[in-house]
Design a protein around this ligand. Structure first.
Ligand SMILES: NC(=O)c1ccc[n+]([C@@H]2O[C@H](COP(=O)([O-])OP(=O)(O)OC[C@H]3O[C@@H](n4cnc5c(N)ncnc54)[C@H](O)[C@@H]3O)[C@@H](O)[C@H]2O)c1
Length: 283
């Protein structure tokens, strides 16, 4: 094994929702490892902000302001990436999100929005990007960002969780369909990771000092239910995405990898006041 097995120099990545949170961290980690990166991002200031950070790393950036729920805009953004860089090696379907609401309170426009954002955009992005990878003849990597909610019940998040479960399974099927082209398809499934979206911030430039902080009380409750005792850091998702894009993961395809500090494994077990693991709330 060599350090260069993680090197992405010469490769081109396209990241959806790359202006903030996990998408930005993935874009920056890929740039750190040598990739040129295009992003599509609905908040224009964030798009410019990430592009500048990619360029500070000495890589080329393409900022495409746009909404992944607009399938045509997403297709055009992927075509523009091929046009600009002449190739596409890595697709990261990251953009997604949810507002908590009980299932029966969702109106048709709400659940359709959830499906467009969390499932249709992944199908649309993949169907636009993979033919370019196949034409390039060098293989490629598709990396989806789902959630641990795609593998467990999620009251208040039913449609979101169903979409994430759908993407987990799309990952398995497409891994088979694209295998002969050397295109690997994998998914990263975070749990609680501190990002602007998690703190309710969806517009304006990303301000780390404001949107990445977590109150002490909140930290404590996360520590109780998270084996590793803290929230996730967006850069940790970036590191996993680099691994899945690189030749370091050359024999991994069709996998959904939890990046959750152990919450999928603990599945209901929490720490009590004596710091012992118990199932359910303390008596
Ligand atoms: N943060 C978490 O705890 C967590 C946990 C599980 C899964 N996830 C998943 O990770 C992904 C990223 O989440 P995050 O917490 O980093 O979110 P975030 O809101 O902090 O960042 C998302 C970025 O995508 C952009 N974006 C949102 N909708 C878009 C659209 N329609 N078109 C283009 N850009 C758009 C936003 O402007 C923002 O810059 C999502 O798919 C989410 O479901 C996050």
């Amino acid at each position: 094994m060599k350090n260069s097995d993680l090197d992405l120099t010469g490769q081109v990545a396209f990241v959806t929702g790359g202006g903030g949170g996990i998408g930005r961290a993935i874009a920056l980690c890929m740039a750190d490892m040598g990739a040129d990166v295009a992003i599509i991002e609905v908040a224009p200031e964030r798009c410019e902000q990430t592009a500048a950070m990619i360029e500070e790393r000495g890589r080329q950036a393409l900022c495409i302001p746009g909404n992944v729920m607009d399938v045509e805009a997403l297709q055009q953004a992927i075509a523009a990436t091929k046009e600009r860089f002449g190739r596409l090696d890595i697709l990261v379907n990251n953009a997604g999100g949810v507002a908590r609401r009980d299932f029966l309170d969702l109106k048709e426009k709400n659940w359709r929005r959830h499906i467009d954002l969390n499932l249709v955009s992944v199908v649309a992005g993949t169907s636009a990007a993979v033919p370019i990878m196949i034409e390039g003849g060098r293989g490629g990597a598709v990396i989806n960002v789902t959630s641990i909610e795609g593998s467990r019940a999620a009251p208040g998040y039913a449609v979101y969780a169903a979409c994430k479960a759908g993407v987990n399974n799309l990952t398995r099927t497409l891994a088979l369909e694209f295998a002969d082209h050397g295109i690997r398809v994998n998914t990263i499934a975070p749990d609680y990771t501190t990002t602007p979206g998690l703190r309710g911030n969806f517009t304006g430039p990303v301000d780390e000092s404001k949107w990445y902080e977590v109150s002490d009380g909140h930290k404590e409750s996360i520590a109780k239910r998270t084996p590793l005792g803290r929230p996730g850091i967006d850069e940790e998702c970036g590191q996993l995405a680099v691994f899945l894009a690189s030749s370091m993961s050359s024999y991994i395809t069709g996998a959904t990898i939890p990046i959750d500090g152990g919450t999928w494994a603990s599945s209901g077990w929490i720490r009590d006041s004596k710091d012992e693991w118990i199932l359910g709330p303390e008596a």
